[in-house]
Design a protein around this ligand. Structure first.
Ligand SMILES: Nc1ncnc2c1ncn2[C@@H]1O[C@H](COP(=O)(O)OP(=O)(O)OP(=O)(O)O)[C@@H](O)[C@H]1O
Ligand SMILES: [Mg+2]
Length: 341
């Protein structure tokens, strides 16, 4: 496996790995379960995700990444090493890696990502900013002197940027995305029905019938939990209209940030964006009506990329071809990567 190149998208919700020549070969929840008595990891990925909200007090299920950055270094490093071992079973597996990072993180946060990956044994690490990777993954020719607006709505953050000439002209990042939508549902159901439900139950309901624009659909979704007053088991059948009521405020915060960024976008780029419209990526772009809501509010066409949740990983994968230039120190202006190690 010596000579292999891979791309990693370390998301808040899921880790995605792209293997050059093969495509996406891993997409697992970024979750680790730890036995608190022995301090040992007992499960990772899908297996650990199945334990969320269902553990004994001996086991803690943790997300080592929070809002797109590493919040628990040791567990993040464990997770990355485990997955790299899983995909490259040879002890000579020393890949070159492109890793995507949110566009507004600090140098310290970047360093943590680089250190966590390099500890797994890699030859070279290059960084790519998430919106740039998202646009590449959505099939945009980012090298042109032409403005493209990408909004990546993930699990922990929404990153938006106007790109031109393989770089970012203006960007914004906010900590409102899938997790905040789930929390909004938990709070709404507690307020309206006095019913306490877990975050996983809320996520399932969101993915099944969630919407941020009115939907002509009578389908109801059952959520189960316990009554906040009596402590007894209880359920409620939630409608799409109720989902809209719960989710509209966080969705509008994304819209307002986008409007504010557009106000500051240079006019030439703005006119490009205006004719081509906005590209939505990230798993939360699947939320029903988010595209319509944004389109109505900013008065521009909006399209959801194909396979939105893996766009960043796909784009980081497409950028693998630029690693050689970085290694040869042939830094072209149009190289979307930056060297880190
Ligand atoms: N059909 C759906 N409707 C609404 N939300 C969805 C749907 N499918 C997936 N999601 C949400 O998408 C989010 C995960 O998206 P994604 O994989 O892009 O996040 P991430 O890259 O891990 O996070 P981040 O980029 O913020 O670090 C989760 O919050 C999930 O609930
Ligand atoms: Mg992401």
């Amino acid at each position: 496996m010596l000579g292999t190149d891979i791309a990693i998208d370390l998301g808040t919700s899921a880790v995605k790995i792209y293997l050059d020549g093969k495509g996406i070969i891993l997409n697992e929840p970024a979750v680790v379960a730890v036995n608190l008595e022995t301090d040992q990891v007992v499960a990772l990925g899908h297996e650990a995700y199945a334990m969320v909200g269902r553990t004994s007090d001996k086991i803690q299920v943790t997300h080592p990444l929070c809002n797109g950055v590493i919040s628990n270094f040791d567990l993040a490093q464990y997770l990355i090493s485990y997955y790299l071992k899983k995909i490259g079973d040879s002890k000579f597996f020393m890949p070159r890696v492109v890793v995507s990072v949110p566009c507004q993180i600090t140098e310290v946060e970047k360093r943590a990502v680089v250190d966590a990956i390099s500890a797994a044994g890699v030859r070279k690490i290059c960084l790519i900013e998430e919106p740039v990777a998202a646009a590449l993954g959505a099939g945009v020719d980012i090298a042109k002197p032409y403005g493209t607006l990408v909004v990546d709505v993930g699990g922990g953050t929404t990153d938006m940027a106007v790109l031109s000439l393989s770089g970012i002209a203006i960007s914004r990042s906010l900590k409102i995305a899938g997790n905040v939508f789930d929390e909004a549902i938990v709070k709404f159901i507690r307020r309206k029905y006095n019913l306490l439900i877990g975050q996983r139950m809320a996520e399932e309901a969101k993915n099944a019938i969630g919407c941020v624009y009115p939907k002509k659909d009578e389908t109801k979704h059952r959520v189960k939990g316990r009554n906040a007053m009596t402590g007894l088991p209880q359920y409620a059948d939630i409608s799409c209209d109720e989902m809209l009521e719960a989710l509209i405020e966080p969705a509008m915060q994304i819209v307002r940030t986008l409007q504010e960024m557009l106000e500051k976008t240079p006019p030439e780029l703005m006119s490009d964006v205006y004719s081509d419209g906005i590209i939505l990526t990230g798993g939360s772009s699947r939320l029903f009506g988010l595209d319509t809501l944004i389109s109505k509010k900013v008065k521009m066409p909006v399209r959801i990329a194909e396979d939105p949740d893996i766009c960043v990983a796909l784009g980081a994968g497409k950028a693998i071809k630029f690693i050689d230039d970085i290694e040869n120190k042939a830094y072209g202006v149009l190289n979307p990567l930056s060297a880190a190690y």
